[in-house]
Write a new protein. Sequence first.
Length: 347
Amino acid sequence: MHSPIETDAVIIGAGPVGLFQVFELGLLEIKVHVIDSLPEVGGQCIELYPDKPIYDIPAIPVCTGRELVSNLLKQIESFKPQFHLNQEISTLEKQADGRFLIKTSQDREFLTKTVFIAAGVGAFQPRTLNLDGIEAFVDTQVFYRVRYPEQLNGKRIVICGGGDSALDWALHFIDQRENVTLIHRRDEFKAAPQSIAKMRALCAAGKMQLIIGQITGLETSNHQLTEIAVINIDGEVQNIALDALLLFYGLSPKLGPIADWGLDIDRKQIVVDTARFQTSTPGIFAVGDINIYPGKKKLILSGFHEAALAAFAAVAYLAPEKQIQLQYTTTSSKLHKALGVSPPTFE
């Protein structure tokens, strides 16, 4: 167990709203640590639609989820946030001195004066395949996320799923001239039309195999996964030899331990006020899709607005005697210094 990291603020969630929360707190001279259950920064934008266009970010006519996250990371570079990824919050407890002790699934501890929950719809977990014995091969031959695609070079790859992730990886490995079989339970796909068209063309040309069916069993030899049994829509069972099985059944958001923190919750969302976006526990704020209030709209731009007000409320909570002066990044030399930019010159 490491010694607790002491900080003024911890942000739970590294999606777009969590990243913009870093920016708004940074402008107010509050340093932060960011914790996320996913292995990389970006939240839903990276996990669910990294290459799909987004059209409703102010002043940006169109950008992909990946581009949005990249720009947000550039925007907060000067504030040097510290990220703690691939770990979930296991407990959050208020201490006698008013601070919050946070413990994570990787045995990290944080002592923080404020907490900002920007966890979207909860911690994302991949939907798993329920077959006896499959757990023994997870992260060696069975993968719910592809972190190191080069490790699959030269492998016989079976990919299951009908969404963007499944088709994107199938097309990626076909481009690398790998042996790819795609399995989906029905002959309908929820992916980009151009990806579906390309996949069908490759199947028609005999360069990729598509099976409409479901996995029913595993075959092993010498502690290795060697084949899977698949039942097709005609009820026929066939065995498919493989080296790697990639499963993309989607991500399941779970509120998880947040439900046990004593916060007011309505329909798996955290109740906040609209002046401070503070929860029922002073010092804990909730922004983005995780919160609920009258008129709530689950939009990224709404989360940005909430992050700004939550940051000002945090200063009032941390230093109630301090006068908070609204400053503008266009004209404030103090903010220019914080951002590491030169003051603008006006003709």
